[in-house]
Design a protein around this ligand. Structure first.
Ligand SMILES: Nc1ncnc2c1ncn2[C@@H]1O[C@H](COP(=O)(O)OP(=O)(O)OP(=O)(O)O)[C@@H](O)[C@H]1O
Length: 335
């Protein structure tokens, strides 16, 4: 379990205060993956550095299973770091060492004796699907395989939590999915609390149980995946269920609605039912469907013909279980 409370990191630069983290609070239970997403400059790297004990926070706590690691004495830092496995964007392997020796490195630092090290390395390489690559060197491996080595190395000291900093940003889409599935599999097998820093919505959708949006050093939205996606108009909902930008429509065509439908698809879907009720077409101008956490989310931009009052359609859709709002202004209103 990771519990971050009111974490602050202030940098001072030429008489200027930079509040890279301005009071971040979040929790990651065991056996779950929490995603932190944010744009460049939001504070993601600072958060990882503070959590990985590579940098000291200005204030706040970072508890791993109830023990605050943010304030351990410098002499205890190395031991405290063993409780955290860290996976970076690039595995940064030693080119001159074999794969087995790369994975063994943290065990050497921890003073684990040779035979125990060898057994642990064999177990870890098996866990990440590289059982037959022990004697190879990093240059002989693909990017995805190198990242598997990075994950095995992060797990070498039996950490309580796994921190992943943009773990798939340097990989192609197929390899990305393989690595994400491996992280999810390891989480389930070892019951780890996993925190993934990413700017990719795909990562959140594929493996995260919960997610936080970081902005200017603050968590501005957070919650279980299905909860944040189902919040019509929410920032995370819009990011995770993206629609293309709307071209303004002439007002004569009608009004547009943003609809979020979580009733299951099929002929009972709210939109189809509303079309029947009003005996009118409600054309979908843009739409996206995601299956997340056992729920199907359909976000649509829908045209309401001038013959219907959009507010009445909104209210009817609500009765059918779909949230909606009157959205884009028509071109006449813009003018
Ligand atoms: N060592 C430092 N000294 C001064 N300012 C810093 C330092 N490190 C980060 N910052 C500032 O803190 C803020 C957060 O930076 P950070 O690198 O954590 O963001 P990020 O979300 O990781 O961005 P990116 O995705 O581009 O890496 C930025 O305004 C950055 O300029």
């Amino acid at each position: 379990m990771i519990a971050v409370k009111d974490l602050k990191k202030v940098y001072h630069q030429a008489n200027r205060e930079i509040r890279a983290l301005d009071g971040v609070t979040l929790e990651v239970p065991d056996d779950s993956v929490h995603g932190v997403i944010g744009q460049s400059g939001a504070g993601k790297s600072t958060l990882v550095r503070c959590l990985a004990l590579l940098d000291r926070p200005t204030s706040g706590t970072v508890e791993i299973n109830g023990v605050d690691l943010a304030h351990v004495r410098s002499s205890d830092l190395r031991r405290a770091r063993r409780r955290l496995g860290v996976v970076f964007q690039h595995a940064n392997l030693f080119d001159s060492r074999t794969i087995a020796d790369n994975v063994a490195y943290p065990l050497e630092l921890a003073g684990v004796e040779r035979r125990e090290r060898a057994a642990k390395v064999t177990e870890l390489l098996g866990l990440v699907g590289l059982g037959d690559a022990a004697a190879a060197h990093p240059a002989q491996l693909s990017g995805g395989q190198r990242q598997r080595v990075g994950i095995a190395r992060a797990l070498a000291t039996d950490p309580d939590v796994l921190l992943c900093d943009e773990p798939t940003s340097a990989l192609d889409p197929r390899t990305t999915d393989e690595i994400l599935d491996l992280i999810a599999d390891i989480k389930a097998r070892l019951g780890l609390a996993v925190l993934v820093i990413t700017h990719e919505m795909h990562v959140v959708k594929r493996i995260c149980d919960s997610v936080s949006l970081l902005e200017a050093g603050l968590v501005v939205e957070s919650g279980p995946l299905a909860g944040v996606v189902g919040r019509l108009g929410g920032r995370l909902s819009e990011m995770l269920l993206q629609l293309p930008p709307a071209a303004p429509l002439p007002a004569t065509l009608g009004a547009t609605l943003e609809v979020l439908d979580t009733t299951q698809p099929g002929d009972t879907a709210a939109l189809t039912a509303a079309e029947r009720h009003f005996d009118a077409d409600l054309p979908v101008l843009a739409g996206t469907v995601e299956h997340l956490d056992g729920t199907t989310f359909s976000r649509m931009r829908v045209l309401v013909p001038p013959s219907l009052d959009p507010a009445v359609v909104v209210s009817h859709l609500k009765g059918l279980g779909a949230e909606s709002t009157i959205s884009a202004p028509s071109i006449d209103e813009v003018a």
